[in-house]
Structure formats: structure tokens, C-alpha cells
Design a protein around this ligand. Structure first.
Ligand code: SF4
Length: 526
């Protein structure tokens, strides 16, 4: 199985021999997802670009290989490495982090690890939102963007190794760095942790050095157009934690694609949460098409989806256009900071209907702060109107996919003080929407699992106690919500109670990118 994975890969990362630092880089989910993750691929490349470092990959393997905990490249056991690094993007993947460590025979709790065992380090966006639920299991968190942090980490680690420092001495040395959080030491230093951001233009654009048909999106070369978003929708962590919107120059994007994409038949996946704000996007799309590349992107701001961009997407033979109105009424969209008017929305749908692209996918959130029944009704009316436009003015037959997800309060956003909607309300609203849209043949309504959403919220808002309860639930296959009282956590107040300004969030140990009182004023203003 492992050999067939490697055979299918076009891999431009050279692994070094004679290395003095050995890293096993884990993605706590299945291979197709990990290999389609630009952050994971970038970290893999960055480690291997450092002289003397050899970084190999490990994923969660599918049954019957789910016990397997060896790296892809050399099939070595995890405990043969100096460092086991995790790239973590989704809260619920924490359970897979347990699984990988356990299968690799590494003690799950940091306090149980001995001197010669690998250091377990974690990076990725989840860790600089709220690292605390993971704190009992992680030796070092790397807080921030990897381009400069990874080499800083290796420098300190290598120095410790060459001096023959003990595990504790090494961790103390790492804890002195303002972007490294060492849970066993850092809380005693009483200083705020800082998240490291880079000037993206000082680095080569992030790209995926490995391409494989087994990727979640098929054979695709990913390249990062920009990072962050300046729109400040009040629920969106991506806009706040990355501080400012930073983009790559079009010339360096073109150079990266020409130099690194293995052939022109590969689809280019343009990555960035604010692609619509990239001023040279039309120019980039034209250049890609003129050079016979196909391209695609994930969700796109609907008010910026012009007929010109749609035409490029159609020429690129894209199958689905994805957008996120988020709320069903203009009133609620204004409140959440995404003021898309109905007129703009329907105008975009008309332009989409005129293309030959077969599918439109729209994301909505339910349970947003200050949501009323009229907003749920608004989702139904909006979807019905869009369906009618697609039926009456569609150049070709269209499908409409609607995704209804629960609002989850995110750290460092104005809505961090807002509660999640009650479980019974989420179920009721979803059922109502599904029932009302069921008769529309071309419309599919999908939702994430409620259990997954509740677990995600717990991990997003919780602290070490939630992490320890999660471990017990993983070990003994128990319901975490029943275990939480034993750890002193009242889950209903954590999830469902509104918070005051003074509420002590677990992530208050990290410097706020935007002052907390400013976020609070923005929250109460709406
Ligand atoms: S939801 Fe989209 S437009 Fe709004 S801040 Fe986030 S990335 Fe930007």
C-alpha cells in the first residue's frame, strides 16, 4: 500500500542522508486530505530545505492498516525520530493525533515522556487559535507561520542536541523563544505568547511539491496567492489571526507555476481566503488559460464573482463554483460583517446561470448571533429564488448544493463572546430547512454532523481539562460530554452561555492581533 502511494507521487522534495535531525511529519488524517493540504506540504518542504534535516511523512492509514505508524519514505517507527511534528488544521483531528502517537508507541502525555523519546511539536492554524486543549500532549507549539519559525526551531533544537542537553534543558531553551509555547514551562514565565507572521513576498510562494492522483481534489498543483483577509467578517478567524492581507506578486506566482508544476495538464489550485481581493486575479486567470493550464479555487466572495471571472472558470472546465452568503437575509449579513445585498446575490446567480458550469455550492450558517426566525426563512426563500433563476435562465442544467452549518464562536473574533446555538435549535432549524427544500429536485442540502460540530466547539473553546477528557473518551470509547463534569467542565455553560468582556478565554495567553477591547466594542455594537 505504502509503495503504491509513493509510486503515484510526483515529488520534487529531495530527502537528505547523513542527517543530524530526523523529523517525522504527521498529518492527523487520511493521506488524500493531508497531501491536498498546502500548509502540510509547505512544512514538509521547509524542513527538508534545511541542511542536515531529513523529514519524512506519516498519515492516518485506512483500515486494515490503521494500526500502522511508520513513515512513508523509510517505513521507520516514530520513536526512531528526534522530532514528531504535527500539522493541525481541524480541531477534531486531535483524536487522530492520539492515534498516531499511540500506534507509534509514544506516550500520549508529555509528563510520561522520557529523555530519549522524540519531542512532539505541533503547528498549524488551530494551535495559534487555542493551543490549550492540546497542551497536556504537546512538548512544543510553534505559534505562527512556518517560513521562518521552522528554521528557528531547528537551530535551537540542534544547538541543544550538540551540547548534549537533557530533555528539560532543551525545552527550557525553546520556551525562551517568544513564538514557542512549551506547556510544561511557558506558563511560569508570565509573558504573552506571540504569533509569528511573515512578509510573504520575502519568500517563494507556498506551493505543493508533491502531486498525486490520490489527492482529495485529484491531481492538482496548489499555489498560495495570498494569506489572510482584510474583510473582517465578525465570525471569521482567518481574517483576524492572520492580521493583514498579504499577497504574492503575479510574477513570482507565474515563475513558481512554471518551475514547479510538473506539466501543463495539471490543474492549478489557487489558494487564499481572499482570492477575490487579489487585484491581479483576472490577469493571472488569463495567463493560466493562455498557457493551457486549468485552474480552480475554493470558496469565492460572491459580490466579486464577475461575469469575467466566471468566464475564465468556465473555460477552465471547472465543475463547481462555491460561495458563502452565510445568512439568509441582508439584515443578518450586515450584522455578521458580510453585507452582500440580495440584488448582488441574484445578479451573480444570473451570471452563473449563463455559464456552462454545472454546479453551484452555497454555504450558510445557522445559530449566528442575533439570528431570528425570519433569517431561517430567509435561507429558504433565498435558495428557492436561486433555484428559480437557475431553472429559468440556465444555459445548461444546473445543480445547487446547499450546506447548512452551525455557527461556532472562534477565538480572536468579535463573536468569540457569543454562545453557540442550543443543540435542539440546530436540529430543528436544519430539519425545517431540509423539509422546505426537499421538493426541489435540483437542490441537495447537506450538513456537517452535529456531533462533530459540538466536539469542534468544545475543543475550540476549551482548555487542558477538555483535552484530558478527550483523551479518556478516546481511550475508553466514552461520550466526552458525560466525562466533562469529572474534569470540572460545565459543557452547557462553555457552549451555550453568553460571555462578558472579562470572561477569561484560554487563548488570552496569546497576544491579541487586534486589541481585545476593540473586538468587544465591535461585538456589542452589533
Ligand atoms: S468570511 Fe471570507 S470575506 Fe469574510 S473575512 Fe473570512 S475570508 Fe474574508
Amino acid at each position: 500500500y505504502v509503495e503504491s502511494i509513493l509510486r503515484d507521487e510526483k515529488n520534487s522534495v529531495e530527502l537528505q542522508n547523513g542527517e543530524d535531525v530526523r523529523v517525522a511529519l504527521a498529518f492527523p488524517n487520511y493521506y488524500p486530505l493531508g497531501i491536498s493540504n498546502l500548509g502540510y506540504q509547505t512544512v514538509y518542504r521547509l524542513f527538508n530545505e534545511i541542511p542536515g534535516v531529513r523529514c519524512e511523512r506519516i498519515f492516518v492509514y485506512e483500515p486494515p492498516l490503521d494500526y500502522f505508524a511508520r513513515t512513508l519514505e523509510s517505513q521507520r517507527q516514530l520513536n526512531e525520530f528526534d522530532i514528531v511534528a504535527f500539522s493541525l488544521c481541524y480541531e477534531v483531528d486531535t483524536l487522530n493525533l492520539f492515534r498516531i502517537l499511540e500506534n507509534g508507541r509514544i506516550p500520549l502525555l508529555t509528563r510520561d515522556r522520557e529523555g530519549n523519546e522524540p519531542l512532539v511539536i505541533v503547528g498549524g492554524v488551530i494551535t495559534f487559535l487555542n493551543p490549550l486543549p492540546l497542551a497536556p500532549f504537546v512538548d512544543v507549539f510553534l505559534l505562527g507561520e512556518g517560513e521562518e519559525l521552522i528554521s528557528s526551531f531547528v537551530n535551537v533544537y540542534r544547538e541543544c542536541k550538540s551540547h548534549g542537553f537533557s530533555r528539560h534543558q532543551c525545552l527550557s531553551r525553546l520556551a525562551a523563544h517568544e513564538n514557542f509555547f512549551v506547556p510544561s514551562i511557558s506558563p511560569k514565565t508570565h509573558r504573552k505568547l506571540k504569533v509569528h507572521h511573515v512578509n510573504v513576498r520575502a519568500h517563494r510562494p507556498a506551493f505543493s511539491p508533491i502531486i498525486t492522483p490520490r489527492g482529495h481534489f485529484g491531481e492538482m498543483f496548489l499555489v498560495e496567492v495570498g494569506r489572510g483577509c482584510s474583510r473582517r467578517c465578525r465570525f471569521c478567524a482567518a481574517s483576524y489571526i492572520f492580521q493583514t492581507y498579504r499577497s504574492n506578486e503575479i510574477t513570482s506566482l507565474k515563475q513558481t507555476i512554471q518551475a514547479k508544476a510538473p506539466s501543463e495538464r495539471i490543474t492549478i489550485g489557487l489558494v487564499g481566503s481572499a482570492l477575490a481581493d487579489y487585484p491581479a486575479l483576472p490577469q493571472l486567470c488569463r495567463w493560466l488559460l493562455q498557457n493551457n493550464y486549468r485552474f480552480s479555487f475554493s470558496s469565492f466572495r460572491l459580490d466579486k464573482l464577475t461575469p469575467e471571472i466566471l468566464q475564465y472558470l468556465e473555460n477552465s472546465q471547472i465543475q463547481t463554483v462555491t460561495g458563502a452568503p452565510e445568512a439568509g437575509t441582508e439584515r443578518l449579513r450586515r450584522i455578521i460583517g458580510k453585507p452582500l445585498s440580495d440584488f448582488q446575490l441574484y445578479e451573480v446567480v444570473e451570471a452563473f446561470a449563463a455559464t456552462r458550469i454545472p454546479r453551484l455550492k452555497l454555504y450558510f450558517l445557522i445559530g449566528l448571533p442575533s439570528e431570528e426566525d425570519a433569517d431561517i426563512e430567509g435561507i429558504i426563500v433565498t435558495v428557492k429564488n436561486i433555484h428559480r433563476i437557475l431553472l429559468t435562465s440556465g444555459a445548461t442544467k444546473k445543480q445547487l448544493r446547499v450546506s447548512i452549518n452551525a455557527f461556532i464562536p472562534k477565538p480572536f473574533t468579535p463573536f468569540q463572546w457569543a454562545p453557540m446555538d442550543m443543540e435542539k435549535n440546530i436540529i430543528r432549524k436544519r430539519r425545517y430547512i431540509e423539509r422546505e427544500l426537499r421538493q426541489l429536485k435540483e437542490v441537495t442540502v447537506a450538513s456537517k454532523s452535529l456531533r462533530g460540530e459540538l466536539l469542534q466547539t468544545l475543543i475550540t473553546l476549551g482548555d487542558e481539562r477538555v483535552g484530558l477528557a478527550l483523551l479518556e473518551s478516546y481511550r475508553y470509547q466514552k461520550n466526552i460530554f458525560k466525562l466533562l463534569p469529572g474534569y470540572g467542565v460545565d459543557s452547557s455553560s462553555l457552549l451555550y452561555q453568553p460571555r462578558e468582556f472579562e470572561y477569561p478565554f484560554p487563548w488570552d495567553i496569546i497576544d491579541y492581533p487586534i486589541p481585545k477591547d476593540k473586538l468587544w466594542r465591535d461585538f456589542v455594537a452589533v
